[in-house]
Design a protein around this ligand. Structure first.
Ligand code: GDP
Ligand code: MG
Length: 177
Protein backbone atom coordinates (compact mmCIF):
# COMPACT_ATOMS: atom_id res chain seq x y z
CA UNK A 1 0.00 0.00 0.00
CA UNK A 2 1.40 3.39 -0.96
CA UNK A 3 1.36 6.42 1.35
CA UNK A 4 -1.29 7.96 -0.85
CA UNK A 5 -3.63 5.04 -0.39
CA UNK A 6 -3.04 4.87 3.31
CA UNK A 7 -3.91 8.53 3.75
CA UNK A 8 -7.03 8.32 1.65
CA UNK A 9 -9.94 9.24 3.85
CA UNK A 10 -13.60 9.87 3.41
CA UNK A 11 -15.66 12.03 5.74
CA UNK A 12 -19.35 12.48 5.05
CA UNK A 13 -21.69 14.79 6.90
CA UNK A 14 -25.14 13.31 7.46
CA UNK A 15 -28.03 15.11 9.16
CA UNK A 16 -31.01 13.64 10.98
CA UNK A 17 -34.22 15.64 10.71
CA UNK A 18 -37.87 15.20 11.59
CA UNK A 19 -40.37 16.29 14.23
CA UNK A 20 -39.63 16.36 17.92
CA UNK A 21 -39.66 13.00 19.77
CA UNK A 22 -39.70 10.75 16.69
CA UNK A 23 -36.49 9.12 17.93
CA UNK A 24 -33.73 10.99 16.08
CA UNK A 25 -31.34 11.13 19.03
CA UNK A 26 -31.93 7.50 19.93
CA UNK A 27 -31.32 6.35 16.35
CA UNK A 28 -27.96 8.12 16.51
CA UNK A 29 -26.93 6.77 19.91
CA UNK A 30 -28.07 3.29 18.87
CA UNK A 31 -25.92 3.46 15.75
CA UNK A 32 -22.88 5.23 17.19
CA UNK A 33 -22.77 3.75 20.70
CA UNK A 34 -25.35 0.96 20.76
CA UNK A 35 -27.25 2.78 23.49
CA UNK A 36 -30.93 3.57 23.99
CA UNK A 37 -32.40 6.10 26.40
CA UNK A 38 -36.04 5.40 27.35
CA UNK A 39 -36.68 8.89 28.72
CA UNK A 40 -34.44 11.13 26.71
CA UNK A 41 -35.15 14.80 26.99
CA UNK A 42 -34.25 17.36 24.38
CA UNK A 43 -30.71 16.70 23.26
CA UNK A 44 -28.26 19.11 24.77
CA UNK A 45 -24.56 19.31 24.10
CA UNK A 46 -22.97 17.05 21.52
CA UNK A 47 -23.65 18.25 18.02
CA UNK A 48 -22.54 15.19 16.14
CA UNK A 49 -21.05 11.74 16.51
CA UNK A 50 -18.60 10.09 14.19
CA UNK A 51 -18.83 6.47 13.15
CA UNK A 52 -16.59 4.61 10.72
CA UNK A 53 -17.23 1.73 8.39
CA UNK A 54 -15.18 -0.09 5.77
CA UNK A 55 -16.20 0.04 2.12
CA UNK A 56 -13.97 -1.58 -0.50
CA UNK A 57 -11.31 -1.84 2.20
CA UNK A 58 -11.38 1.91 2.75
CA UNK A 59 -12.26 3.65 5.96
CA UNK A 60 -15.31 5.80 5.48
CA UNK A 61 -16.27 8.12 8.33
CA UNK A 62 -19.75 9.46 8.81
CA UNK A 63 -20.14 12.59 10.88
CA UNK A 64 -23.77 12.37 11.91
CA UNK A 65 -25.48 15.50 13.20
CA UNK A 66 -28.33 15.56 15.67
CA UNK A 67 -30.50 18.63 16.22
CA UNK A 68 -30.11 20.02 19.73
CA UNK A 69 -33.88 20.11 20.09
CA UNK A 70 -34.26 23.19 17.87
CA UNK A 71 -36.87 21.37 15.79
CA UNK A 72 -39.36 22.07 18.57
CA UNK A 73 -39.19 25.72 17.72
CA UNK A 74 -38.88 25.17 13.95
CA UNK A 75 -35.48 26.78 14.26
CA UNK A 76 -33.03 24.35 12.72
CA UNK A 77 -30.31 26.62 11.41
CA UNK A 78 -28.71 26.65 7.98
CA UNK A 79 -25.39 25.77 9.65
CA UNK A 80 -26.95 22.46 10.57
CA UNK A 81 -27.54 21.57 6.91
CA UNK A 82 -24.36 23.11 5.52
CA UNK A 83 -22.18 20.58 3.73
CA UNK A 84 -24.50 17.64 4.33
CA UNK A 85 -24.31 14.91 1.71
CA UNK A 86 -26.75 12.54 3.42
CA UNK A 87 -29.99 12.90 5.37
CA UNK A 88 -32.29 10.71 7.40
CA UNK A 89 -35.81 12.09 7.48
CA UNK A 90 -37.55 10.48 10.42
CA UNK A 91 -41.20 10.10 11.42
CA UNK A 92 -42.85 8.06 14.17
CA UNK A 93 -45.11 5.28 12.84
CA UNK A 94 -47.46 5.80 15.81
CA UNK A 95 -48.06 9.52 15.12
CA UNK A 96 -49.62 10.54 11.80
CA UNK A 97 -48.75 14.22 12.25
CA UNK A 98 -45.04 13.39 12.17
CA UNK A 99 -45.58 11.61 8.84
CA UNK A 100 -47.58 14.51 7.45
CA UNK A 101 -44.72 16.88 8.29
CA UNK A 102 -42.15 14.92 6.27
CA UNK A 103 -42.82 17.11 3.22
CA UNK A 104 -41.97 20.21 5.19
CA UNK A 105 -38.67 18.70 6.34
CA UNK A 106 -37.80 17.72 2.78
CA UNK A 107 -38.52 21.26 1.59
CA UNK A 108 -36.26 22.67 4.29
CA UNK A 109 -33.52 20.20 3.38
CA UNK A 110 -33.76 21.06 -0.32
CA UNK A 111 -33.71 24.78 0.40
CA UNK A 112 -30.48 24.46 2.34
CA UNK A 113 -28.53 21.96 0.26
CA UNK A 114 -26.56 22.78 -2.85
CA UNK A 115 -25.26 19.30 -3.67
CA UNK A 116 -26.77 15.88 -4.22
CA UNK A 117 -27.94 14.54 -0.88
CA UNK A 118 -28.54 10.82 -0.29
CA UNK A 119 -31.89 10.71 1.47
CA UNK A 120 -33.67 8.03 3.40
CA UNK A 121 -37.16 8.18 4.83
CA UNK A 122 -37.31 6.41 8.18
CA UNK A 123 -40.45 5.20 9.92
CA UNK A 124 -39.15 4.75 13.46
CA UNK A 125 -40.63 2.88 16.47
CA UNK A 126 -41.66 -0.16 14.44
CA UNK A 127 -41.56 -2.13 17.71
CA UNK A 128 -44.87 -0.39 18.56
CA UNK A 129 -46.89 -2.39 16.02
CA UNK A 130 -50.00 -2.47 18.25
CA UNK A 131 -50.39 1.31 18.10
CA UNK A 132 -49.20 1.81 14.52
CA UNK A 133 -50.90 4.75 12.78
CA UNK A 134 -48.94 4.89 9.49
CA UNK A 135 -48.82 1.76 7.32
CA UNK A 136 -45.66 0.46 5.67
CA UNK A 137 -47.35 1.01 2.29
CA UNK A 138 -47.93 4.71 3.04
CA UNK A 139 -44.26 5.12 3.98
CA UNK A 140 -43.08 3.25 0.90
CA UNK A 141 -45.23 5.17 -1.51
CA UNK A 142 -44.22 8.56 -0.11
CA UNK A 143 -40.56 7.54 -0.40
CA UNK A 144 -41.04 6.34 -3.97
CA UNK A 145 -42.80 9.51 -5.03
CA UNK A 146 -39.99 11.63 -3.59
CA UNK A 147 -37.11 9.42 -4.74
CA UNK A 148 -35.96 8.44 -1.27
CA UNK A 149 -34.82 5.17 0.21
CA UNK A 150 -37.24 3.83 2.81
CA UNK A 151 -36.92 1.73 5.90
CA UNK A 152 -38.79 1.13 9.13
CA UNK A 153 -36.55 1.04 12.18
CA UNK A 154 -36.62 0.62 15.92
CA UNK A 155 -33.99 2.39 17.98
CA UNK A 156 -35.43 0.46 20.93
CA UNK A 157 -34.83 -3.08 19.65
CA UNK A 158 -32.21 -2.10 17.00
CA UNK A 159 -34.23 -3.27 13.97
CA UNK A 160 -32.66 -1.92 10.74
CA UNK A 161 -30.75 0.88 12.48
CA UNK A 162 -27.29 -0.09 11.22
CA UNK A 163 -28.71 -1.09 7.85
CA UNK A 164 -30.35 2.31 7.38
CA UNK A 165 -27.24 4.35 8.21
CA UNK A 166 -25.00 2.05 6.18
CA UNK A 167 -27.27 2.25 3.13
CA UNK A 168 -27.04 6.02 3.16
CA UNK A 169 -23.26 5.96 3.65
CA UNK A 170 -22.81 3.44 0.82
CA UNK A 171 -24.96 5.53 -1.49
CA UNK A 172 -22.90 8.66 -0.79
CA UNK A 173 -19.71 6.70 -1.37
CA UNK A 174 -21.13 5.30 -4.61
CA UNK A 175 -21.96 8.78 -5.84
CA UNK A 176 -18.40 10.05 -5.49
CA UNK A 177 -16.28 7.04 -6.43
P1 GDP B 1 -35.97 13.09 19.15
O1 GDP B 1 -36.66 14.25 19.81
O2 GDP B 1 -36.44 12.91 17.74
O3 GDP B 1 -34.48 13.16 19.26
O4 GDP B 1 -36.46 11.75 19.90
P2 GDP B 1 -35.74 10.94 21.09
O5 GDP B 1 -34.63 10.10 20.54
O6 GDP B 1 -35.40 11.86 22.18
O7 GDP B 1 -36.92 9.95 21.50
C1 GDP B 1 -38.17 10.45 21.93
C2 GDP B 1 -38.87 9.38 22.78
O8 GDP B 1 -39.20 8.24 21.97
C3 GDP B 1 -38.01 8.88 23.92
O9 GDP B 1 -38.84 8.62 25.03
C4 GDP B 1 -37.44 7.57 23.38
O10 GDP B 1 -37.15 6.68 24.39
C5 GDP B 1 -38.58 7.06 22.49
N1 GDP B 1 -38.11 6.27 21.35
C6 GDP B 1 -37.13 6.59 20.47
N2 GDP B 1 -36.97 5.61 19.54
C7 GDP B 1 -37.87 4.65 19.86
C8 GDP B 1 -38.18 3.36 19.27
O11 GDP B 1 -37.64 2.91 18.27
N3 GDP B 1 -39.18 2.65 19.89
C9 GDP B 1 -39.84 3.09 21.00
N4 GDP B 1 -40.79 2.32 21.51
N5 GDP B 1 -39.55 4.28 21.58
C10 GDP B 1 -38.59 5.06 21.01
MG1 MG C 1 -33.27 14.70 19.98
Amino acid sequence: MSDDERCEEYLFKIVIIGDSAVGKSNLLTRYARNEFNPNSKATIGVEFQTQSMLIDGKEVKAQIWDTAGQERFRAVTSAYYRGAVGALVVYDITRTSTFENVGRWLDELNTHSDTTVAKMLIGNKCDLESIRAVSIEEGKSLAESQGLFFMETSALDSTNVNTAFEMVIRDIYGNIS
